[in-house]
Design a protein around this ligand. Structure first.
Ligand SMILES: NC(=O)c1ccc[n+]([C@@H]2O[C@H](COP(=O)([O-])OP(=O)(O)OC[C@H]3O[C@@H](n4cnc5c(N)ncnc54)[C@H](O)[C@@H]3O)[C@@H](O)[C@H]2O)c1
Length: 443
């Protein structure tokens, strides 16, 4: 059994007394986590490590089978160790359909559709799947990043499926169940530590629901827990990622401007950041991952006319991969049979995650255009993604091999392992350093 020594949480919001509803407060002993991915599985494992009985639910049969063997189907620091202990200790079991529980945490994907609208089908399906097993006194928490108003719509959906239960949006004092929205803000690779240490926003459909949800997180969280309304919590999560996107867009636009004016953007940013109230972020080849390129759209679509800045930032960041590809193509036209090293495919340093990665988009564009032979170095993957696999002019190689054979070296991700690359070899190549890897070293 894992021993996790976690101090008591510090609470920011004062208690305003016990729940007012008629639901009755029994102890939360069984928690069901719906969606066992990057967010859900570590959360389920942590809750189980604190002695709760956890029922994890996922549609993927192979993931469920693996979890029941005590092995994670995702790579996350220390997760296998905890999972092994809680599965062997009988505290966590995974299934493909829900069972009754005292609390349900929903952590299923919320991607965007082709027209950049929130695709809420997984959340709706998860709610539909728990509806038959819901009972009086249960708590439902949505963790999936969602448009503002989602928790209210979830209550309406559940009400239509379970007209016998009263939900807190309509009449909080008489509610039979509790409902809250609690966003997640973990850093992949550091998920377990961040689940424990990060501050949390706990947005209840009513105050009693927020208090009830806080009870669940108090089992493992030691960061501050701020109580809020579900709308505030939904909006705060989206605001965080829109803030990042807008600030990265500024850095990217500034870098383009500097390059056009013949000024070194890295030197400009380093100097500007000496101002005590300026903190320009690092430019790059675009923005990737499954959060920042997606979540700002949820805010934009709420009020498109009023959010030109958010939309413009999306445009700047989404346009960056094409700019980089065009630049490499221009440089390649100097060579008869250009060989191009592409250093990094992941969406950020030191992870194997290629979701929405601008580096993949750049490599694919170069390959589609037949710009030259591509030697791709991505130390965190064993095979090329489907966008690049099976193409005769694209190979996955070691970073040192790519640099040694290339005419042009394109640095797209600042993986630590690229810091050891042969500087003399790099100095004799045409280098497009989109992440300032070499500049950072010089600085
Ligand atoms: N990964 C992160 O770093 C992160 C950080 C903050 C917020 N989020 C948000 O959390 C949510 C989950 O993200 P994730 O990265 O864990 O996704 P994920 O794709 O890793 O995992 C989601 C899991 O849900 C399962 N699933 C889908 N529909 C289901 C259903 N109806 N019933 C049961 N299981 C179902 C999928 O099979 C998958 O295993 C998203 O809204 C995401 O935006 C993610």
């Amino acid at each position: 059994m894992v021993t996790f020594t976690i101090p008591q949480p510090t609470y920011e919001a004062p208690d305003r007394g016990p729940a007012q509803g008629s639901a009755g407060l029994r102890a939360i002993e069984t928690v069901s986590v719906i969606g066992l991915g990057y967010v859900g599985l570590p959360t389920a494992a942590l809750l189980a490590s604190r002695g709760l009985k956890v029922i994890g639910v996922d549609l993927k049969q192979d993931a469920v089978a693996r979890i029941n063997e005590g092995r994670a189907h995702i790579a996350e620091t220390d997760l296998d160790m905890i999972l092994d202990a809680v599965v062997k200790g009988g505290k966590l079991q995974a299934r493909t359909s829900p069972l009754p529980a005292d609390a349900f945490l929903i952590a299923v994907p919320t991607p965007i559709t082709a027209d950049k609208k929130a695709d809420m089908r997984a959340v709706e399906a998860a709610l539909a799947s728990i509806a038959p097993v819901l009972k009086r006194g249960d708590l439902i928490v949505i963790e999936s990043t969602s448009p503002v108003g989602t928790t209210e719509r979830a209550a309406a959906q559940l009400r239509s499926l379970r007209p016998d239960l009263r939900f807190p949006d309509a009449a909080p004092e008489q509610a039979d169940v509790f409902m809250a929205y609690c966003p997640e803000r973990i850093l992949p690779g550091q998920t377990l530590r961040e689940l424990v240490d990060n501050a949390r926003i706990i947005g209840g459909l009513d105050h009693a629901s927020a208090l009830r949800a806080r009870e669940v997180y108090a089992h493992f969280a030691r960061g501050k827990m701020m109580l809020a309304t579900s709308r505030e919590a939904e909006c705060a999560k989206l605001a965080e990622n829109a803030f990042r996107d807008v600030n990265i867009a500024f850095a990217n636009e500034l870098a383009t401007l500097c390059e056009g004016m013949g000024v070194d953007p890295w030197a400009v940013i380093r100097m500007a950041n000496l101002h005590p109230r300026v903190n320009i972020l690092s430019p790059g080849p675009g923005v990737g991952g499954h959060c920042i390129p997606i979540d700002p759209w949820f805010l934009h679509h709420a009020m498109p006319e009023q959010t030109p800045l958010i939309a413009a930032a999306r445009g700047v960041n989404d346009g960056k991969p094409l700019r980089v590809a065009n630049r490499v193509q221009r440089l390649a036209s100097r060579f008869k049979e250009p060989v191009i090293a592409v250093l990094g495919l992941a969406y950020k340093p030191n992870v194997d995650d290629l979701r929405e990665s601008p580096a993949v988009e750049i490599a694919r564009t170069l390959a589609d255009r037949g710009v030259g032979r591509l030697l791709i170095a991505e130390p965190n993957i064993a095979r090329l993604p489907h966008e690049l696999a099976g193409r005769p002019d694209v190979q996955l190689v070691e970073g040192s091999v790519a640099v040694a054979e290339a005419d042009i070296v394109t640095i797209l991700v600042a993986h630590s392992r690229f810091r050891n690359l042969d500087r003399a070899a790099l100095a004799s190549r045409v280098v497009v350093d989109t992440v300032g890897l070499l500049k950072a070293e010089q600085a």
